[in-house]
Design a protein around this ligand. Structure first.
Ligand code: ARG
Length: 467
């Protein structure tokens, strides 16, 4: 390790202990920020040239050197030495080695504190765009599956008990809507983080007349972070980003949980393609939904990252503290984890078939039409609370006798309520109920047809930074 790579060593009387080198390094994981670090340095150098701190020739040498380093990293030719501590010193050290004195001017009016805050924000902006695209892929897969099941029925559950009949498309679109909020949430997170901390320096800014607005606009930030102390210490956006990942994970875990149950012999609602199942080392008959179980399980990893990030922030003294270096571990972990889950979620959804015949064959169980029967009575002028009681007693009777509501005779209906007429049979049975859903957003075929048209239009184009 050349001296130039750790300029602060001149201050200390001995070289750092090997344990210290290992303990303080972040290069092993922050090297993935290299592109953003170099981008930030080029913008900073251009500003230094414009302000007259370096010459145009020096700027050109710095830019060329940095781009060369970027090429070397991308080609796998760059040697990462943990003694450099982090990506910022690794790149700066390599630049000085390459171009000499102009490289030594790069860090003018800059600290690693504002540098790292800049790098993470630049990285996160791209990451958010990538995650939004990945979410849209899952949404599209759900929409195309929903389009195949606009008229096919399934039971909806509350408390895991059969509740009311719905069309399968409505069930699937409920996830599209949840995921849409995740896209918007990530967009909000991006808007809030997209301001430049660069020029905040170590904590107090600089006595040199740097132009922060220039670097901010060169890097595509909408503004600068106005307070230099906040600029170097704020990691709110990291907690918020992980929270957004955590909610995506929560949504995927709910889908996973449903589908694990739905793929069981007990439900037999869906068949997940073999390519997305695993088997057992002992039981030869098994087709296990391990992919979905991991999707559910990885939610724990992301929640853990959120708790870690929040804990790192708690009660930190003002300004930059090295504690903040740990932010990247959790931000990267959450981003990687949710990225992979979204990718496989899109694939699983595209390779899953609903067993519509099996589902339809079981729709008579569970009195799915009971609520619709109560609403039928409301149409006949019976107050809802009374209607609820009448239907409750009819259900109890049917349950005892082992039949469905539609198997009762008109006389049996009228014994409980004279308001019931021959037309009641047109209101019973899951198929009749679903066709009668008229309220906005209800889970019937008419609403689903309209919503599908909306989603197909909305998701078309797939622009990454869609709000
Ligand atoms: N590797 C550090 C981090 O990730 C960079 C900033 C270090 N600053 C310092 N004053 N030691 O936070």
């Amino acid at each position: 390790m050349a001296d130039t790579q750790r300029s602060w060593e001149k201050r200390l009387s001995s070289k750092p202990d090997e344990l210290t080198v290992d303990y303080v390094e972040s290069l092993s994981y922050d090297k993935r920020l290299y592109k953003y670090d170099i981008m930030g340095s080029i913008a900073h150098a251009a500003m230094l040239a414009a302000q007259g701190f370096i010459t145009q020739a020096e700027f050109a040498a710095i830019e060329k050197g940095l781009l060369g380093i970027r090429d070397d990293i991308e080609a796998g030719r760059f040697e990462f030495d943990k003694a450099a501590e982090d990506i910022h010193m690794a790149v700066e050290g390599a630049l000085i080695k390459r171009i000499g004195e102009p490289g030594e001017k790069l860090h003018t009016a800059r600290s690693r504190n504002d540098q790292v805050a800049t790098d993470i924000r630049l990285w996160m902006r791209d990451q958010i765009a990538a995650l939004q695209t990945a979410i849209v892929r899952v949404q599209k897969a759900l929409v195309s599956l929903a389009a195949r099941h606009v008229d096919d029925l399934m039971p909806a559950y509350t408390h895991m008990q059969r509740a009311q009949p719905i069309v399968i498309g409505a069930y699937l679109l409920s996830f599209v809507q949840q995921l849409e909020r995740d896209v918007v949430r990530l967009g909000n997170c991006r808007d809030l983080l997209n301001v430049s901390p660069l020029g905040g320096g170590a904590i107090a800014g600089s006595t040199l007349p740097i132009d922060r607005a220039a670097t901010a606009s060169a890097l595509g930030f909408t503004d600068i972070v106005y307070n230099s102390i906040d600029a170097v210490s704020d990691r709110d956006f990291c907690a918020e980003f992980i929270f957004d990942c955590a909610l995506i994970a929560a949504h995927l875990s709910r889908l996973a949980e449903d589908w694990i149950l739905f793929s069981s012999s007990e439900f037999s609602f869906i068949r997940i393609d073999d390519a997305f199942c695993t088997s057992s080392s002992m039981m030869p008959q098994k087709r296990n939904p391990d992919v979905l179980e991991l999707m559910r399980g990885k939610t724990g990893t992301i929640y853990g990252a959120l708790m870690a990030m929040l804990t790192i922030l708690k009660a930190q003294p003002s300004g930059y503290n090295r504690d903040l270096q740990e932010d990247k571990i959790h931000v990267f972990s959450a981003a990687d984890c949710i990225g992979k889950s979204l990718e496989i979620a899109a694939a699983v959804v595209s390779h899953t078939a609903f067993r519509t015949k099996d589902i339809a064959a079981g729709l008579d169980a569970g009195f799915l039409d009971a609520t619709a029967l109560a609403e039928y009575l409301v149409r006949k002028g019976v107050p809802f609370r009374k209607a609820h009681g009448v239907v409750g007693s009819l259900v109890a009777k049917c349950e005892k006798e082992g039949r469905s509501l539609s198997q009762l005779s008109l006389a049996q209906f009228q014994e409980r309520s004279p308001a019931i007429g021959q037309d009641v049979y047109e209101y019973l049975g899951a198929g009749n109920v679903v066709k009668r859903y008229v309220s906005a957003g209800a889970a019937g075929p008419e609403q689903v047809r309209r919503h599908l048209a909306f989603w197909e239009g909305h998701l078309a184009g797939n622009e990454p930074q869609r709000r």
